[in-house]
Design a protein around this ligand. Structure first.
Ligand code: MG
Length: 230
């Protein structure tokens, strides 16, 4: 199969794309779920934590509830993998302790790390767009099994830019990075995200880590970054 045309810029998802879904599901989420009550007890009076708890309570329809009820709500959202911005921000704060204490290191597929290094050397800027908060993304790439990969990345976008399944979010990212969509290649494992990116004019590659055939041909599929050919 012919490789992809070399883009001027790469925009990549994390979970299911550069990294395994199971690391997030089986390590990060349970860690946040377990540590959240103690984190809120210890840091619940910090203004930024207070305001995130209030945002979560409002979004969950329990404005003014006690911390225990808000923590229970957040734990339910973790179980549901809900992409709520205040939850993502609080999770990032809890994960900081986990990375800092070396309770775990972030997973990378070897071909993804190799590609980040190759693209950096070739002068292709790489941006990240993930539903995890920007601080959580930086923690992630700063503490991987392959070491600190932050020097290989140009910038980070999360759901404060907009939902990943809406074309407007990708248009905002193009504005922010100052590059036309046709010169940006977006990598993701979720076709609805790729649809939105394509609608905004980006090139797309559908990362299918489990190797199963794509159910439709709207996006070119790859199982490894090696197949991109640049
Ligand atoms: Mg993904």
């Amino acid at each position: 199969m012919a490789g992809f045309a070399r883009p001027r810029v790469v925009l990549t998802d994390i979970e299911g794309t550069t990294s395994s879904i199971s690391f997030v599901k089986d390590v990060l989420f349970p860690y946040a779920r377990e540590r959240l009550p103690a984190f809120v007890a210890a840091h619940g009076t910090r203004p930024e934590v207070r305001s995130l708890l209030a945002d979560a309570a409002r979004e969950g329809g329990i404005a003014g509830a006690e911390d225990a009820a808000i923590v229970a709500l957040l734990q339910r959202w973790i179980d549901e993998d809900r992409k709520a911005t205040p939850l993502k921000a609080l999770q990032g704060m809890v994960w900081f302790d986990g990375y800092d204490g070396r309770h775990f290191v972030a997973h990378m597929y070897p071909d993804a790390t190799a590609a980040l290094r190759r693209w950096h050397a070739a002068g292709i800027p790489v941006y990240v767009y993930s539903s995890g908060s920007v601080p959580a993304q930086k923690l992630y790439f700063g503490h991987t099994q392959d070491g600190d990969l932050l020097p290989l990345l140009s910038d980070y976008f999360d759901t404060t830019t907009g939902p990943k399944r809406e074309a407007a979010s990708y248009r905002r990212i193009l504005d922010a990075i100052g590059t036309p969509g046709r010169e940006v290649l977006f990598l993701s494992d979720i076709d609805a995200e790729l649809d939105a990116a394509a609608e905004a004019g980006l090139a797309t590659a559908w990362v299918r880590r489990d190797g199963t055939p794509a159910p439709h041909a709207r996006h070119r599929a790859i199982t490894s970054f090696d197949e991109l050919g640049f």
